[in-house]
Design a protein around this ligand. Sequence first.
Ligand code: SAM
Length: 372
Amino acid sequence: MNTNKNLFQGYVELYHNGLFHVKSMALRCAVELGIPDAIHRRGGAATVSDLVVDTGVHLAKLPCLRRLMRVLTVSGIFAAADHQPAPPSDDESETVYKLTPISRLLVDDDGDDGASSTPRGMSAMLRLLARPDTAVAPFFGLGAWLRDAGAATLFEAARGAPTWSLTRSDASYNEALNDGCAADSSFAMDAVLNDGAAAGGASSIFRGLGSLVDVGGGHGAAAVAIARAFPHIKCSVLDLEQVVSKAPSDGTVQFIAGDMFQSIPPADAVLLKYVLHCWDDDDCVKILRQCKRSISARDGVGKVIIMNVVVGYGTQDNVVKETQVLFDMFMMRYGGAEREEHEWKKIFLKAGFSDYKITPILGFQSLIEVFP
Ligand SMILES: C[S@@+](CC[C@H](N)C(=O)[O-])C[C@H]1O[C@@H](n2cnc3c(N)ncnc32)[C@H](O)[C@@H]1O
């Protein structure tokens, strides 16, 4: 009897997990249609008929849009409430869709929706996470890749080129990657620098620095956030030519085209945000050795600041635990990884550093200060 009960639960969860990709694709579709923006523009509440008008969905597909919104409402991406028209109207009640903390992050429109904390949109990152050719398709080859002895990464096996060559030859991937990273940096760094409690008081990590170089800093969103929060820190960004040449610059930070494996400009501190999880351990050691050469030798000043997951750190509820290990599988495409503390420690010591300090931030990420 008990066995059957367990099996029935297993049966439910098998379907639940097997259909995970439908949720991800429904979310991607909602972003593609601009549904979070549409709800935001209507003051934070919209019916399915409003959404048909605002998103260009064909009227004949309205029932399908309603089903899409039902999935995303059950999943907590949107909220739904029944709206009863005021008398004398005898219209039937209608479902009204609202934003939740998840979909609020996907609003790209500037301006206020009545909730003053609306951050800059993360929709570009969501698009990158669910991008068909570079994020989803490689995983269809995972089984064959695992059986293969070759040294190519999963990404190379699927796309025929390493990631950072593809950003050179494929302008649309370059743009998607840079926009996605900038969206994350803008939200995450704003939270780290300005929301002390949520970020575990992490902004103090940047205090006392005179200069910082954001290595692999993309279009500079993290460096700009730091320069605005700490105007006395001279911030620069080192990234590949194809990235730096497309970066929008208002002069707040200096952009330098280069290769972090070759050399890194001198600064008090180096920031590596979402960089080391793209690389295997040996490459991380090479990058960190270059960082060590670049940071200030002044006692107590020079350090490397890494923003990445430390698996097992953070709030450790099921959502956080699963997000950390899903992110790890995601980075496996590039030959990279999300690491546990002992794996980080091994890399730091091998690169010649003597100590480190981990500060968990934003639920599932950490800032790691690494000291020479
Ligand atoms: C995942 S992105 C992270 C971007 C940014 N730090 C952020 O968090 O938004 C990795 C970055 O590393 C850069 N990168 C890759 N290889 C590099 C190299 N050899 N030298 C400098 N930057 C590199 C990429 O162009 C990309 O911008």
